[in-house]
Design a protein around this ligand. Structure first.
Ligand code: DLL
Length: 429
């Protein structure tokens, strides 16, 4: 794999500023953001008043912990534009979550917000090793989802040439990669696997493709999957994180030279880790729920938003800004099987370590006799008898996670393929 480390002089000065400088900037911006939310969004005024707080009560960064959380429910109750802090006519762009689990969440951006968003995504793409003039194949979905258009904004800001292919039509994805020879690809890790299959179907060697780096996010994926993808394509695989409520992709990004977790762009997004059960703040290094406060957003300021994503905060390395560990999963995706907590990423790790199995899987939950049962649906890399592989996976899951599961190994191509975010859990209880 090529060395893609960006030259130091190309970084934004704040990426390598001292912690004191970063924290001074955060405190100024936090004061502004709390005041802006309080004065312009009735929800925040009521929430702060209810807690007996005024924005002026924030004197230090740690005072933020006194302020109330914002949850997905708060956003739903203010559907569609109730959380906007500027007149609707100043909102230049709307994005929304799909709303498959209820009322969609709607977010908005002013012209300045779009500029900041472009800048943090540009920073992320540069951290992945892309430079002005490089060609990018952007296979995140375009539309209300923030993935496609968010990456596009950053690619424009960095000066890349973008192929806005969006998700789907997998044979065409492969043909265009072969014809146009992009250096980078932005895509969900699960859809990258579908693209990988299609390379093989078309008789093309993925390792011989032009791709030097893949920028994967929008869903959890493991380091075992990183190794699999890096070897399959002979390219770097780096992690990008974000969520619509905070801005979209570009909240944090892994650097290609270190691949040791994701640097949070702390000049725009202030992170906290809390105990998901009590809401109490936790120290850096402790595992808990990630909470974000926006520092610069005008249209949709967000104060102490509970992401439900589980991770821990770590000190900076390649950049001064703190890192978050790869997200293990969302608290919503945690399965409690006969008293044991399980995340789909743990099943992914076991699967990737078992020879003869392809990296595609789904988890089916049933309750035949008042007891929850889990079945892992996966597939073999080749035809033939898969009983040994099935037994090996069930054994590995028992050894490393401590649960007994049934494993179905089907023929190649039988597990539902993703064109965006993979559906990992099929709950039939
Ligand atoms: O998925 C934004 C995005 C687009 C990020 C493209 C990266 C690349 P939402 O649809 O609002 O936004 O979903 C946000 O997806 O709370 C996490 O649970 C999950 N997620 C996003 N990135 C990662 C990641 C976009 N790198 C939700 N690792 C978040 C693990 C991720 N989970």
């Amino acid at each position: 794999m090529k060395d893609l480390t960006p030259a130091k002089h190309t970084l934004d000065p704040i990426e390598i500023a001292s912690r004191d400088e970063i924290e001074a900037l955060q405190l100024d911006r936090l004061k502004w953001s709390l005041t802006h939310a309080y004065e312009n969004v009735p929800h925040y005024k009521a929430a702060f008043d209810g807690a007996g707080l005024r924005p002026g009560d924030l004197k230090s960064l740690s005072d933020l912990a006194k302020f109330p959380f914002t949850t997905k429910q708060d956003l739903r109750e203010n559907y569609p534009f109730g959380m906007f802090a500027v007149p609707r006519t100043d909102v230049k762009r709307i994005h929304a979550s799909s709303g498959t689990t209820g009322q969609p969440t709607v977010v908005g951006y002013t012209e300045n917000d779009l500029k900041h968003w472009g800048n943090v995504v540009a920073r992320s793409l540069r951290a992945a090793g892309l430079q002005p003039g490089d060609l990018l194949h952007n296979a995140y979905g375009y539309g209300l989802f923030t993935g496609g258009l968010g990456i596009h904004l950053g690619a424009d800001a960095l000066g890349l040439t973008t192929i806005p292919i969006s998700g789907g039509m997998t044979p065409r994805q492969v043909r265009l990669i072969d014809d146009f020879k992009p250096k980078g690809i932005t895509v969900t890790p699960s859809y990258a696997l579908s693209i990988l299959d299609e390379f093989n179907t078309q008789g093309l060697d993925p390792r011989a493709s032009s791709l030097d780096v893949g920028i994967f996010g929008a869903e959890p994926w493991t380091n075992a999957m990183r190794t699999e993808i890096e070897q399959a394509f002979d390219m770097h695989a780096v992690d990008i994180y974000g969520l619509s409520e905070v801005i979209g992709p570009g909240v944090s990004m892994e650097c290609v030279e270190t691949k040791d977790g994701l640097h949070i762009w702390e000049d725009h997004f202030f992170p906290e880790i809390i105990d998901p059960n009590t809401g109490e703040p936790m120290a850096d290094g402790d595992m808990g729920e990630l909470v974000f406060t926006s520092l610069t957003k005008e249209a949709f300021p967000i104060i102490r938003y509970r992401t439900r994503d589980l991770t821990r905060l770590l000190p900076g390395t390649a950049r001064s800004m703190r890192r978050m560990e790869k997200v293990t999963g969302r608290s919503d995706d945690m399965i409690i099987l006969r008293g044991v907590n399980v995340f789909p990423t743990q099943i992914e790790e076991c699967l990737m370590a078992t020879p003869g199995l392809a990296p595609h899987f789904q988890i089916e939950l049933t309750k035949p006799n008042r007891m929850d049962e889990m079945r892992v649906l996966c597939e073999a890399t080749t035809g033939g008898d898969h009983t040994d592989a099935a037994r090996a996976l069930a054994h590995r899951i028992k050894q490393s996670i401590g649960i007994s599961v049934a494993v179905d190994v089907a023929v190649p191509g039988s597990v539902a393929r993703s064109q965006g975010k993979a559906v990992r859990i099929v709950d039939k209880r």
